[in-house]
Design a protein around this ligand. Structure first.
Ligand code: ATP
Ligand code: MG
Length: 389
């Protein structure tokens, strides 16, 4: 390995995809990878089933951070490249083993893959030979074939690649292969995670936040802008539209029974989001709802909201409990921002005794009676956009 640069090997995921789908997967993955590495001076090469990233040493940390946020790879590792002679491969394997040992590993095994069948040793022989070279060089490094602390991988392809610690990729599909979706993004814990999970299934995520200034402070909006940025780190950018819902909320407050406020507000959000989605060429709406989590998320209330959606509504969190949602939020880095105290409109707007199982007919009568159409059109006329893609 050149001292001035670092080499990474990437394993694309979803190997079950076939034909055109697989080709498109690879094409989009490559494009996303290139976009994420822009400005780092890294170069990308692609050969049979693997991507390689070569980056200058000084941008290593930035590249590693990008690889850890790239949807569509099952794993990645810093690798050594060597000539395809037995001596060169064994010497690289010993070097790699020593690095792992110096990092604290005390047991290892060797795994080998060989796509170039002209290499004089088969996979089994490579493992055996490399294992004994490592033991000769570092006698206190123990072989453990069942649960080694580290696996020294040797791949014989158009060149030989040797790597120890492999990092888990995000898996999923490259962002963009599944079309566009519009995420209803609040400042809470759930919807950023929903957006992240949709992005991992290949969705290009657009977001809308319904802001009710001055009922909700500007800090609440800034928080959502920040959340969109963080999710955008995985989703190849999230374009956020902020829609002022102050008048819509006022109309609901003045024109409908208090206990209906949340259900009617959700209906208005779906209504408005459906129009915005069409403008942004999004094929679905995405929310952070999880069945039964709060009063507004009974199946009856979800049905009322959905009755005003004119596109399919994806709910990636529908079956997750709060604990697992929080785990995701912590992992992707949205949690700390989500728990900042500024509440989004809904918290302030929540009636003390909300309707738990709203009737669809009643909801429709109330909603239609509020004549929301003109207010929603007005709100859509003055959108502010941040994080343009
Ligand atoms: P979250 O943690 O995402 O805020 P929540 O548990 O607070 O969710 P609700 O307040 O019932 O649940 O909101 C349900 C979903 O409705 C949210 O996940 C989000 O998708 C959408 N939503 C709620 N408020 C807003 C808002 N002000 N702007 C955009 N979308 C919203
Ligand atoms: Mg909320």
């Amino acid at each position: 390995m050149n001292e001035q640069s670092a080499l990474y090997l990437l394993k694309p995921g979803e190997l079950t995809l076939k034909g055109g789908n697989r080709e498109n997967f690879m094409k989009v993955l490559l494009k996303n990878l290139a976009a994420m590495l822009r400005g780092t001076g890294a170069s990308i090469t692609k050969t049979d089933g693997r991507f390689y990233v070569n980056c200058p040493s000084k941008t290593e940390a930035v590249c590693e951070n990008a690889l850890s946020r790239l949807a569509g790879i099952t794993g990645w590792a810093k690798a050594r490249k060597s000539e395809k002679s037995i001596e060169a491969v064994m010497s690289a394997a010993v070097d790699e083993a020593r690095t792992c040992y110096d990092d604290g590993a005390r047991s290892f095994k060797v795994e080998a893959r060989r796509t170039d069948k002209s290499f004089p040793l088969n996979s089994y022989e490579i493992c055996r030979e490399a294992g004994s070279c490592v033991l000769d060089a570092i006698p206190s490094f123990k072989v453990d074939v069942h649960s080694p602390e580290v696996v020294v991988n040797i791949e014989i392809r158009e060149r030989a690649y040797i790597y120890g610690r492999e990092r888990k990729g995000l898996r999923g599909l490259p962002v963009g292969v599944s079309g566009r979706g519009l995420l209803l993004l609040s400042g809470g814990i759930d919807s950023p995670v929903a957006g992240y999970l949709a992005a991992l299934r290949g969705m290009r995520v657009f977001a809308v936040y319904f802001h009710a200034y001055p009922y909700t402070p500007d800090e609440a909006r800034q928080k959502v802008v920040r959340l969109a940025e963080i999710v955008g780190g995985y989703a190849m950018g999230v374009n956020l539209s902020v829609v002022s819902f102050t008048k819509v909320e006022q109309r609901i407050k003045e024109g409908a029974p208090a206990e209906w406020a949340t259900v009617l507000l959700r209906m208005a959000m779906m209504d408005c989001a459906s129009t915005l989605a069409a403008r942004k060429r999004c094929k679905c709406l995405i929310t952070g709802e999880s069945l039964g989590q709060v009063a507004s998320q009974t199946i009856e209330n979800i049905s009322c909201a959905e009755s005003r959606a004119r596109l399919p509504v994806l709910r990636p969190l529908i079956a997750l409990d709060k604990e697992s949602i929080i785990k995701h939020a912590v992992k992707i880095g949205t949690y700390e921002t989500s728990i900042l105290p500024y509440s989004d409109c809904c918290a302030i707007f929540s009636p003390r005794h909300p309707i738990i199982r709203a009737s669809l007919n009643e909801a429709a009568l109330l909603y239609d009676g509020l004549d929301m159409g003109p207010l929603i059109s007005e709100a859509l006329g003055e959108i502010s956009v941040s994080n343009p893609q």
